[in-house]
Ligand binder design. Structure first.
Ligand code: PEP
Ligand code: MG
Length: 362
């Protein structure tokens, strides 16, 4: 009711007066983005674009792309998705009203997109002019024993630069349109490359982004500017953050994967044995929920300490689940992150935790 809303607003206002850490949200739909804005989010820290690929029309085109034989065919399939993605991004920029929006390139392993039902395989075969057996052979060739450490993230953009090209076009065209409609807003896309472990991966994908984005901006006669940054979610990225910072406008810590890869625990399966770890007093809490400050956190601190001296403009955030956990937020404040990004309903908790961290560390 109104009095609760009033009290909530007053308490949040006090928190905002003290905190220095910005609070963004992880959102990939305008509805989530709007909800998060109502709860005080100051931007989108992570838009997972893969969520936009699973709608029927897009998944069909993406499957065609996977099963194509040539770059031209792949580009033609992706061209069907581009205007839909552009619409997705325009809606997000509109919902954010000039606040920052970080859009991450496609991340999940390829095999998640291939059809499993006979009927869908047959449909794909017909669309591609191939036999069912040919499609099944392509699907079999994509099988991975350990997909979360496999063909995903920036590795997809290295194998298929045309995916990065299509997503860049959609991001930039959307931003140009929204900027035109709202000249008073700051519309500056932050393009984020996932799963980078070597600066050369980032350089490779960034080249595709810059060439594509600059061509679109020039063709539109626009003065749009944009940033290209990276997730830090592989231990090697943290360990070589000085090299990576030379190529990145921002770092965003993907502590879900960073926890997985630092411990060597599968984020999907660790729950099956963590109970025994609590009983044995090896762990007090789930490292996927509460940031492991001594190991994973040390890598984050190392990355910031290595990165900032070589790139004074580098801005850093976190978008793993830990971004909405109070003690993890306090740690993020202490190591000098600029923002935390969490799911919409965790935004108020993050604002409070950020204020408490600022007061405690005064
Ligand atoms: C992460 O790894 O922490 C992250 C935010 O990305 P995702 O959960 O999509 O892998
Ligand atoms: Mg990740």
């Amino acid at each position: 009711d109104a009095s609760i809303a009033g009290t909530f607003g007053r308490v949040m206002g006090w928190a905002d007066k003290y905190r220095t850490l910005k609070v963004r949200t992880n959102a990939d739909t305008p509805a989530d983005a709007k909800k998060a804005r109502e709860l005080g989010a100051e931007g989108i820290g992570l838009c997972r674009t893969e969520h936009m690929f699973f709608e029927a029309d897009r998944i069909a085109a993406f499957r065609e792309m996977i099963c194509s034989d040539t770059v031209e065919e792949r580009k033609a399939a992706l061209a069907k998705i581009e205007p839909m993605q552009q619409g997705d991004f325009e809606a997000l920029y509109e919902a954010l009203e000039g606040n920052p929006v970080t859009i991450r390139f496609l991340d999940p392993p390829l095999h998640e997109f291939v059809p499993t039902e006979e009927e869908d395989i047959k449909k794909l075969a017909d669309a591609q002019g191939k036999t069912v057996d040919q499609i099944k052979a392509i699907i079999a060739s994509l099988h991975e024993f350990n997909p979360m450490m496999g063909h995903r993230g920036c590795r997809l953009a290295v194998t298929y630069p045309e995916i990065a090209e299509m997503q860049t076009k959609a991001i930039i065209k959307a931003a140009i349109n929204v900027k035109k409609n709202h000249p008073d807003w700051t519309v500056k896309p932050e393009i984020m490359i996932p799963l980078v472990g070597d600066v050369k991966e980032l350089k490779f994908v960034k080249k595709v982004v810059v060439e594509t984005a600059d061509a679109e901006i020039a063709a539109a006669g626009s003065d749009l500017s944009y940033e290209v940054g990276t997730m830090i979610e592989i231990p090697r990225a943290a360990l070589t953050a000085d090299d990576i910072a030379k190529e990145a406008d921002f770092f965003c810590f993907g502590t879900n994967d960073l926890t997985q890869m630092t411990y060597g625990f599968s984020r999907d399966d660790a729950g099956k044995f963590l109970g025994a770890y609590y009983d044995a007093k090896i762990f007090e809490s789930d490292p996927f929920a509460k940031l492991d400050q001594t190991g994973v956190g040390k890598l984050m601190k190392m990355a910031i300490d290595l990165g900032k001296p070589v790139n004074s403009k580098l801005h850093c955030g976190i978008c793993g689940e830990h971004g909405g956990d109070p003690t993890s937020v306090e740690f993020c404040h202490e190591i000098g992150l600029d923002y935390v990004s969490c799911s919409p309903f965790r935004v108020p908790i993050a604002r409070l935790a950020a204020a408490q961290a600022a007061i405690k560390n005064k």
